[in-house]
Design a binder for this molecule. Sequence first.
Ligand code: HSE
Length: 399
Amino acid sequence: MIQVAVMGYGTVGSGVVEVIEKNKEEINKKSGEEINIKYILDLRDFPGDPFEDKIVHDVEKILNDPEIKIICETMGGLKPAYDFTKRALLSGKSVCTSNKELVAAHGPELINIAHDNKCNYLFEASVGGGIPIIRPLNYSLTAEKIDAITGILNGTTNYILSKMEKEGADFEDVLKEAQEKGYAERNPEADVEGYDACRKIAILSSLMCGKNVKYEDIYTEGITKITATDFVYAHACGRTIKLLAQSKEVDGRFYAMVAPCMISTSNPLYMVNDVFNAVCVHGNMLGDSMYYGRGAGKLPTASAVVSDVVDCARHIGKVIMCFWDSEDVALTGIDEASRRFFVRVPLEQESKALQVFESVSVIEANVPGEFGFITDVMTEKEFNRKAEEVGIISRIRIE
Ligand code: HSE
């Protein structure tokens, strides 16, 4: 029997307990041994809960129990999760986590500590919820040189953008409704400003490079400035708007960015709607592959945590490979990235815009009082200079 502890009995933690209980037979068979939850750590009491007797309030009980071999860290945040995880790994206990903040901030350090102590730090649930993406990158695609990863990695913002598109509604109205229905957090900043997607693409980019991509270095722009009018233009040119998290290597230079982008119907991410997530991975032999599913939610995320528990159970005393070196990657600045841009300008600036941007594709969207177009490919630096000269209303990157 393998004894497991769950740290944090919130949405994901209670999901982990539920998955282990409901799929007991499958999980035990695949683990090669019975998985038993011995402790659940939480500050709160849960009177009447079927697992009430497993609740403990003192982490020392878990960390000092030599029977505990695997810990599910579903607390979230850096404190005290970082300290608890580090101590668990130092004592040879494997940790399976859904905590993207902690993985993005301390991933290589925690992986190294785990490997030095013949245990594992696994984080399948930290990106894309229930979608298998970490394991494919670590195992299935090892014959590839991966040169690009593009994903819709945040369910809340994808839900908001999908609803804005369908209903022609503005951001603030959809956000309010999403909050009322419990789809968006009361404090939605991490989602709508792109910070959550930034942590997730930092993790995927690090696995792509095999080195550390610091999330602080990734240019990040959220969806708060996207309007219903932007979708009118998007429709008029056969596109939609998605919050994309991207990472690519071109001629030895690494680029990473989180930003709303206009994508066309031919892009496989076009049909990823509502709370769904998807990740497109480009390898030099395989070409494109895509991973799609529920990127958030109790049971999908818990399922990914439990898949890591099974992996750990099958590798007690052995190290599971993960190529994420602590050496930092120098990302190329956003100014040097090249692409096309969708631009809106006041109608009176039309001739100036045509003169400054020279060759453009005009979008016939019949929006009163303004003129919308798509530029040729240019660097962000060049675009910003031209945009300032013209005096634009707004711009969205084209992918
Ligand atoms: N807030 C995140 C999302 C939860 O909306 O995708 C999953 O990480």
